[in-house]
Design a protein around this ligand. Structure first.
Ligand code: EPU
Length: 418
């Protein structure tokens, strides 16, 4: 197992290039299961979650090859319909094969994902969507067993906006008989990216980016090629890195529109954010001002940036209140940030961070992807050495983060843990 070692105190400067978005790539990979043929996906980040999804596609009968940041998927012989527990338990997003496999093959057996590091994360909305589309769903031995000779268009009303359930519904409805209307649909940029891909496959989808998405089901779809959009959470994480170190960096390929709320919050904290050609310039202030943040579905402040903004606030001037309304238990970074000297109290889903003058390096443990990113950010400014262990979490969602940060002047490297 590897650990990441950071020697704090360097102000970041220079240029960094943003990779393709994990959370756009995963559902797009699942969407290739909708129809037989060969697809080329480019700008796909090389991440552990992407490799897991490649395995999921393979067990369903697809041939998958990757060359650098491109993936070729051939779904001609996809005749299996089971996504096994061994894969789904390691990556919850595997559940997004449910819709496409069911729509194309008339049946799907997908393991229930179980809990994750910060709580139960149910899949009831995914199941409701498939039932609304006419599927017969049973639960057997920990699996969702779904059947429908042909799905039929329906109105699907989600009580809470869900990215994954909206994606599953969009994919399944693309091959359903008739019209589907998804109400209270998620509006994240990854939904728009999936809608663009489905349209290029022949699906008739409108309304993505709003709360109501309409899909006229098609009798058949065809393969298409796609370039994955830039990762807005990686972009936000590098913005936070510039902010916390008082640095001045160019984030190339980052889409500022997709990070507007993060950018406006960082501006409130005294960070300068300047759009430049093909990127974003971010300059941190001498001392961060403490600000309050509440997570919300897009275009609100993303839960996937909650841990990183908290790391920035640990050295803020004043007190910050951070509330996570999406995942109320997603605070595993808090005890570890405290080990670095942060002053944080928690009451249910509300954290109060009283800014301290400095952090001090320590051994800490990552317990989920975004928590790992927060600990690395804190390590960039902590006095002395910070060692972040269990970095396999970070490899799920950040491509070579230590190389990108050392390219900006940080003293950071990877070591194998004995
Ligand atoms: N929810 C349910 N039932 C469901 C589905 C969701 O109650 O069937 C609840 C969740 O527990 C949560 C809320 O609805 O409280 C929203 O969850 P959502 O379904 O939108 O999350 P997701 O699709 O499972 C995606 C990202 C997550 C990100 C969330 C929220 C992917 C592959 N994952 O998850 O990304 O946190 O949206 O924005 O797109 C990450 O990248 O670190 C990550 C966890």
């Amino acid at each position: 197992m590897d650990k990441i070692v950071v020697q704090g105190g360097e102000r970041l400067t220079g240029e960094v290039r943003i990779s393709g978005a994990k959370n756009a790539a995963l559902p797009i990979m699942a969407a290739t299961l909708l129809t037989p043929g060969k697809f080329v996906l480019s700008n796909v980040p090389r991440l552990r979650d992407v490799v897991t999804m490649e395995h999921v596609l393979r067990v369903l009968g697809a041939q998958v090859e990757h060359h650098d940041h491109s993936i070729t998927v051939d779904t001609t012989n996809c005749r299996y319909h089971e996504a096994p527990y061994e894969l789904v338990k390691t990556m919850r997003a595997s559940v997004c094969v449910l819709g496409p496999v069911l729509a194309r093959q008339g049946r799907a057996r997908v393991s229930l994902p179980g809990g994750c590091a910060w709580g139960p994360r149910p899949v009831d909305f995914h199941i409701k969507a498939m039932r609304d589309l006419g599927a017969d769903i049973e639960f057997e031995h920990g699996y969702i067993v779904a059947e429908a000779r042909r799905l039929r268009g329906a109105t699907i009303n989600f009580e809470t906006s869900s990215v994954g359930a909206t994606e599953n519904a969009m994919m399944a409805a693309s091959l359903a008989d008739g019209k589907t209307v998804i109400q209270n649909a998620a509006r994240e940029p990854e939904i728009g990216a999936l809608a663009d891909f489905l349209r290029s496959m022949g699906s008739n989808i409108t309304g993505d980016g709003t709360g109501t998405i309409t899909i006229e089901g098609a009798d058949e779809l065809h393969p298409a090629d796609v370039r994955v959009i830039p990762d807005r959470i990686e972009t936000g994480t590098f913005m936070a890195a510039a902010a916390i170190t008082g640095g001045d960096i160019l984030i190339m390929g980052g889409e500022l529109d997709h990070c507007a709320t993060v950018a406006s919050k960082l501006k409130e904290a005294g960070v300068e954010i300047i759009p430049v050609e093909d990127g974003i310039r971010v300059r941190g202030p001498e001392r961060i001002k403490s600000i309050n943040v509440t997570t919300a579905p897009y275009p609100g402040f993303p839960t996937d940036m909650q841990a990183q903004i908290m790391a920035v606030m640990t050295i803020g001037q004043g007190s910050a209140v951070i509330t996570d309304t999406i995942y109320t238990d997603r605070f595993s970074h808090v005890p570890e940030l405290r080990r670095l000297g942060a002053d944080i109290t928690i009451d249910r889903n509300v954290a109060v961070i009283s800014g301290v003058d400095h952090l001090s390096g320590a051994m800490v443990m990552a317990t989920d992807l975004r928590a790992s990113a927060a600990l690395i950010l804190a390590g960039l400014v902590a006095e002395g050495t910070t060692e972040v262990s269990r970095v396999y979490h970070i490899d799920r969602g950040y491509e070579a983060i230590e190389k990108k940060l050392s390219g900006l002047g940080a003293k950071i490297w990877r070591e194998s843990e004995n």
